[in-house]
Structure formats: C-alpha cells, structure tokens
Design a protein around this ligand. Sequence first.
Ligand code: UDP
Ligand code: MG
Length: 156
Amino acid sequence: MMETTLVILKPSSIQRALAGKILSRFEQKGLRIAGLKMMMLDENLLREHYAHLVDRPFFPSLILSMTATPVIVAAISGVEAVQTVRQMTGATNSRKALPGTIRGDFSMSGQENVIHASDSPENAAIELARFFCPEELYDYSLISTPSLYAPDELTR
Ligand code: UDP
Ligand code: MG
C-alpha cells in the first residue's frame, strides 16, 4: 500500500548539521519527499504530539530538547512507508539502535535521537495533519517509479 509518514528532524539533528545526510537516506532508499518545511515547535503542539509521554519524568527535558532550535518536518511516501521508515529509524534508545539505522549511525542518546518517525499508519495520518496543511503535501510521482517497484507492488 502506498503510504505517507511523518518524519521530524529534531533539534539534535539540526544542531549537528545532519539534516542533509538524513534526508538523503530516505531519497537513496527510494522514498519520495511529499512535503518539507522548517518550523519551530511549541509546548502546546508537543503536548499533543507526545501525549503518551506527558506524565513521564523526562517530559520537561523532552520539551526543552524539541524546542531548542527549529525542526524540519518531512512527509515521506512510498509502498509501506510507515514501517519502512520506522525500521530505518531504529530503536528509541540510540545506543541500542542497530548500526545501519539512522539513530544507530548518528546518535548516542535515548532523548537526543535525531529524528521522529510515525509508528503506525493511523498515527501517521494524525501526525501529518498535525504538522502539514493539505496543500503542503504534494502528490507528484517520481520518474524512477518503474525502477523502484514491480507493477503489482503499486496496485496492492
Ligand atoms: N524519550 C526520552 N526518554 C525515554 C523515552 C522517550 O527522552 O525514556 C523521548 C525520545 O526523544 C523519543 C521521544 O521521547 O524519541 C518519543 O518517545 P517514543 O517512546 O514515542 O519513542 P520513538 O517513537 O521516538 O522511538
Ligand atoms: Mg513514538
């Protein structure tokens, strides 16, 4: 199934000048950038986005971390993009994230773990709507599509 997922290049990746390298990984994989912008997150938005974590002791630290600089939000599309991007992201604790994953290759922390990626198609839809207006999501197709997928992979 063709899907779109939300990636956030967190302040830890902006500070460490990794934005280009990380976006490049998604491009190299054959995923399509459907939307891209820089924005400053605020506490209200983060309380929504990280609602499952508001009562955790590290939440204030997470807010400070996520508002330290602007972030880059990206809408990334492809067949089964949600799971694919999640696998490319690696475990939450970067020290446990496998080599070859983005967190495994670029970070050392459970908090400063360089990117966010949606964890299910349901959450991807909610998160994309949280960070992008519909007109910021572009529905073009890559000219490389026939080299990226077999025909039947695009119709399932
Ligand atoms: N986080 C943290 N300490 C923890 C768990 C999570 O600082 O013990 C931060 C970390 O930046 C993580 C984010 O909260 O990426 C969201 O947590 P979640 O469990 O949703 O992990 P993710 O989906 O990002 O892997
Ligand atoms: Mg999560």
